[in-house]
Design a protein around this ligand. Structure first.
Ligand SMILES: Nc1ncnc2c1ncn2[C@@H]1O[C@H](COP(=O)(O)OP(=O)(O)OP(=O)(O)O)[C@@H](O)[C@H]1O
Length: 254
């Protein structure tokens, strides 16, 4: 039996009288990629925000490796292995691409700035950061400031930072949005590699049907904040209610 890494248990958030996420219970296992789909306003991003700790739950629980993390903040959840693709606001725009990746790896390794270890660790960190930049095809841009990067390259850097953090749970919210057709495959290949690591689980909010088809092991459908379907892609996509109500209308057919 594959290990359950993340669980949500009747997870709920209300904004005034509006229930944006409505008692969603689900679990996410190692080696699995779960696509989270649903119409605009269904609660996908809010569900992500509740899992990553960006917003507090009104009720219900989030568990990581069986441990209740519902009351923890974003940074504590991150330290325990919950990784959400960085928004640009989390980056240091006036530092270079390489420096940003190095900082994330350093934070993961809890390396200090002690005088004696500094030279060695600096070299190691640079090598590790460059290896990640090569994977996302950003090695050429290593010296550029984040603020100077194109939109597509900024998205690649978000993925690079997440790989540097190396969490147990990878969370991607439309990772190829706004990318050119040349750029997107690099990111999708990387996500496939991450998913192939049997010790990780990947959650992906995605509208593009071809991306879901190629990557998802399982699909969760949210509608009006509630769980409307959960199962293998073929089964969920074939179900008449999902076809009519969600997939046919809402997902981008590419
Ligand atoms: N901070 C907030 N305050 C009030 N209402 C909110 C807040 N955040 C989200 N909502 C509402 O919660 C509902 C779910 O929004 P959410 O952004 O999670 O949907 P989504 O499925 O991610 O949509 P999309 O596909 O358009 O990104 C929407 O009705 C939205 O207006």
């Amino acid at each position: 039996m594959t290990q359950t890494l993340l669980e949500t248990d009747a997870l709920t958030v209300r904004f005034g009288g509006h229930v944006a996420v409505d008692a969603v219970s689900s679990s996410f296992r190692a080696g699995e990629l779960t696509a989270i789909v649903g119409p605009n306003g269904a609660g996908k991003t809010t569900y992500f925000n509740l899992i990553s700790g960006q917003i507090p739950a009104s009720s219900g629980r989030v568990k990581l490796l069986g441990e209740d993390i519902t009351r923890l903040g974003v940074a504590d959840r991150c330290r325990r292995g919950l990784g959400r693709a960085f928004q640009l606001t989390n980056l240091f725009p006036s530092l270079s691409v390489l420096e940003n990746v190095r900082l994330v790896i350093q934070s993961k390794q809890h390396k200090g700035f002690g005088l004696f270890s500094m030279a060695d660790s600096h070299q190691e960190l640079t090598v590790a950061a460059m290896a990640i930049l090569e994977r996302v095809r950003l090695d050429i841009q290593k010296g550029q400031l984040v603020s100077e990067l194109s939109h597509g390259d900024q998205r690649k850097l978000e993925v690079a930072l997440l790989i540097g953090l190396d969490p147990m749970v990878y969370m991607f919210d439309e990772p190829t949005a706004g990318m050119s057709v040349d750029e997107a495959p690099v990111i999708l290949d990387l996500i496939a590699e991450i998913k192939a690591d049997r010790a990780r689980t990947v959650l992906l909010v995605e509208h593009k049907l071809d991306v879901i088809r190629s990557l998802a092991d399982r699909i969760i459908v949210l509608h009006n904040g509630a769980l409307a379907a959960d199962g293998p892609p073929a089964e969920v996509m074939a179900s008449a209610v999902v076809q009519e109500a969600y997939l046919g209308k809402e997902l981008d057919h590419v």
